[in-house]
Design a protein. Structure first.
Ligand code: LLP
Length: 387
């Protein structure tokens, strides 16, 4: 017996697993054209076990940035040899965990970190495979909070300072220097940013050709953006065009493999945050739609002023009205949408806040002593309109 959509307990994340599978198929068809390309899923985007299962079965590796994410990836069945581990502040226990499990490589963000890894590797009688994360000083055109590759950002080793670090790494007996890692930011839709990254990597490789170090791994990170404005008509990013940028502009040397760490582009569009309208409240010059989800379930609008498309799944009204859609959290930034044209909305309506599959559930919090919401997969026929 099918339940009415009104019986769905909200707020709740809904994941369209068919779309996730289609996205993975498209991704792998595009990357598969290049035998030396390997994709690691950036697990920070969403670590829901049901999604991880599908991603693991598709054969992707993992990019993680904490011991917790590393454990989560191992628990989900990803092989250690497919896992890379970045992060500007790795604790000793996290480095130990990585070495114990013999992951593919640690992406090392400073000389100080490299020295600690060498020390811990000696204690454990292991050899640590590492890539050096380089700050390429390339500007990505995205929200300033998610730009990571400018000189002033905290990530990586300044590209102009990398030579002495390489020399020291080569002298450390328990360090096996595998390659170079980059990540310039997230939600990047201007392919020119990736072209600029390629040019910078080419320049660095040119310098390196005068040394005896030839990286086996070049890792260009993640960052491919999605279409938040048209999630239904444009649900799958143009992976072909993305990989073609690297094929065209990056000059790889003999034997080098190219690694990617995509998060958002894989999972964002398969997820919606389903929420119920509690009240419609008129104010001086606007109307508030107050819903039962808040910045606790999807912080992106509050944190980055991010746009998320909103569908009213239950309203039959033709008439449209301008609303501010807000949550119940005691913060004025708890706003999902300002001045948004939606069908006439009333108490009890069910809304879908779209493109919430990436950095929704994984950034949820219990602020205001709220409970973390559950997730459902492809359950209710009415939710099919999201597919
Ligand atoms: N690799 C590294 C080293 C990263 O730091 C990140 C994201 C990725 C890969 C994956 O990036 P993606 O392909 O998902 O763009 N909370 C923000 C996004 C923060 C991204 C942090 N690092 C948001 O909701 O927009």
């Amino acid at each position: 017996m099918s339940i009415s959509i009104q019986q769905i307990s909200t707020p709740i994340y809904h994941y369209d697993t068919a779309l996730l599978r289609r996205t993975l198929d498209t991704l792998l068809a595009a990357s598969g054209k290049y035998p030396n390309y390997q994709v690691h899923y950036a697990i920070k985007a969403n670590a829901n076990p049901a999604l991880l299962d599908i991603i693991q079965q598709a054969g992707l590796g993992i990019d993680c940035v904490s011991g917790g994410e590393l454990r989560c990836a191992l628990d989900a069945g990803f092989s250690a040899s497919s896992i890379v581990f970045a992060g500007v502040g790795k604790s000793d226990w996290e480095i130990r965990l990585a070495l114990e499990n013999e992951i593919l490589c640690l992406n090392v963000e400073s000389l100080a970190e490299l020295c600690v890894i060498q020390e811990i590797a000696v204690q454990m009688n292991r050899v640590a495979r590492v890539c050096l994360r380089i700050n390429p000083d390339v500007q990505a055109h995205t929200h300033t909070h998610i730009v990571t590759g400018r000189a002033e950002d905290k990530f990586g080793i300044d590209w102009q300072d990398v030579m002495p670090v390489i020399e020291q790494a080569q002298e450390m007996p328990n360090i096996d220097l595998k390659g170079l890692h980059f990540h310039i930011g997230s939600q990047i839709t201007d392919m020119q940013d990736f072209v600029d990254l390629c040019h910078r990597i080419n320049l660095i490789q040119e310098y390196l050709s005068t040394t005896d170090f030839c990286p086996e791994i070049i890792n260009v990170g993640g960052g491919l953006g999605i279409d938040y404005y048209q999630p239904s008509t444009n649900p799958i990013p143009d992976f072909e065009a993305y990989f073609a940028v690297f094929a065209e502009h990056l000059q790889l040397r003999e034997g080098q493999s190219l690694h990617f760490e995509l998060g958002r582009a894989i999972v964002a569009q398969c997820g919606s945050l389903i929420t119920r309208v509690l009240y419609v409240k008129p104010a001086a010059d606007k109307q508030f739609v107050i819903v039962d989800a808040g910045m606790t379930e999807l912080i992106r609008p509050a944190l980055y002023g991010a746009y998320h498309h909103i569908d009213n799944l239950t309203s039959q009204q033709q008439e449209k009205c301008m609303y501010d859609v807000v949550g119940p959290i005691c913060e004025s930034s708890d706003v999902f949408a300002a001045d948004r044209l939606l069908p006439l909305t009333q108490r009890g309506d069910i809304l879908a806040i779209r493109s919430a599959g990436a950095y929704g559930e994984s950034m949820a919090s219990c602020y205001n002593c709220r409970r973390l919401p559950q997730a459902i997969l492809d359950q209710h026929p009415l939710l099919k309109i999201l597919n």
